[in-house]
Design a protein around this ligand. Structure first.
Ligand code: HSE
Length: 317
């Protein structure tokens, strides 16, 4: 008998790049081929239990109340009506496809996977904005802040704009399939909560104006399907200059990407991963140049070349 027949559902939730340069806490894209897989089934015992964790699970708590996937699933169960909410129980297996603290939306992928698995198992009536709210309960555990940029991209796929957090309001666009995101992950971790604590409370108006101009340009590039214009708009005058100091060799790695043909390069989410905007022709060359630059600063790294994931979180079985 297959696991599906025994009542398991299997959900994949993709990794994502948030901010994309100028769009701090607003913009995100989902990445094909990287992400978390979550299996869940109903149990007689009410509540959520995590029965197995595999993959890049280091330092991830198995207590569901402290685990992004577990907490997001709990939040979905709480929203069931009456008796169903009191009696609902599920157990889950979590396969982490990417490490925590990478800047690739690892906690968001877990939270989205947990929320979607619970939603499917119990046939909840939640819409996508409410599922993002539920996943946010999980994401807050890891990042210490209520931002849904990675969650929206992982749930919906493509290019997402979180235009409001209270209430959640998300706009989604398709990304050109010719696009390639080069992601280079150095062998270090940055806690999102720390990367947020170093940001300024006040910013000069001219920097704000630069960022919203480029944010608008990014959206226009997506609407037109223009990869080069997308890369050209990856310009962040506010967050990148501050967080760059947390990543050894940042300036050299970015320079290496642009010199080998990338259209743009910045920090992925809260880092330490960097992303570059490329095409299938340039992607490997860009990735190797970025890795060599990190190595010159004593940092080993790994790279991924990802097309956009225009599907978002999905059932695999
Ligand atoms: N927008 C978030 C940040 C993404 O940059 O802090 C990481 O969770």
């Amino acid at each position: 008998m297959t696991e599906t027949e025994q009542g398991w559902v299997k959900v994949f939730a993709p990794a994502s790049i948030a901010n994309l340069g100028p769009g701090f806490d607003a913009l995100g894209v989902a990445l094909e081929g990287l992400g978390d897989t979550i299996q869940a089934r109903r149990t007689e015992t009410p509540g959520v239990r995590i029965v197995e964790m595999t993959g890049e699970k280091e330092s991830i708590p198995a207590d569901p109340a402290q685990n992004c996937a577990g907490r997001a699933a709990e939040s979905v169960l709480k929203q069931l009506k009456g008796k169903a909410a009191r009696e609902a129980g599920l157990e889950m297996k979590l396969h982490k496809g990417l490490p925590q603290g990478s800047g690739l939306g690892s906690s968001a992928a877990s939270a989205v996977g947990g929320a979607v698995a619970a939603h499917l198992l119990f046939g909840s009536a939640l819409g996508s904005n409410t599922l993002i709210e539920a996943a946010l309960e999980g994401e807050v555990l890891a990042s210490g802040g209520r931002h849904a940029d990675n969650l929206a991209a992982s749930l919906l796929g493509g290019f997402t704009i979180v235009r409001s957090h209270e209430p959640i309001d998300v706009i989604r666009l398709e990304l050109p399939s010719a696009m390639r995101f080069v992601v280079v992950l150095p062998g270090m971790e940055i806690r999102t909560s720390y990367a947020r604590s170093v940001l300024p409370e006040m910013i000069p108006l001219k920097d704000a104006a630069g960022n919203w101009a480029n944010t608008a340009a990014l959206v226009a590039a997506v609407a037109r399907g223009n990869v080069a214009d997308f890369g050209r708009a990856v310009v962040d005058r506010i967050v990148e200059p501050v967080r760059a100091k947390l990543i050894p060799g940042f300036a050299d790695v970015k320079k290496a990407a642009l010199e080998t043909g990338a259209h743009g390069c910045s920090i992925s989410g809260a880092g330490p991963a960097l992303f570059a905007v490329a095409t299938a022709e340039t992607a490997e060359r860009v990735a190797l140049a970025m890795q060599a630059a990190f190595q010159r600063h004593g940092l080993p790294s790994r790279h991924f070349v990802c097309p956009p994931d225009n599907r978002g979180a999905r059932r695999l079985d």
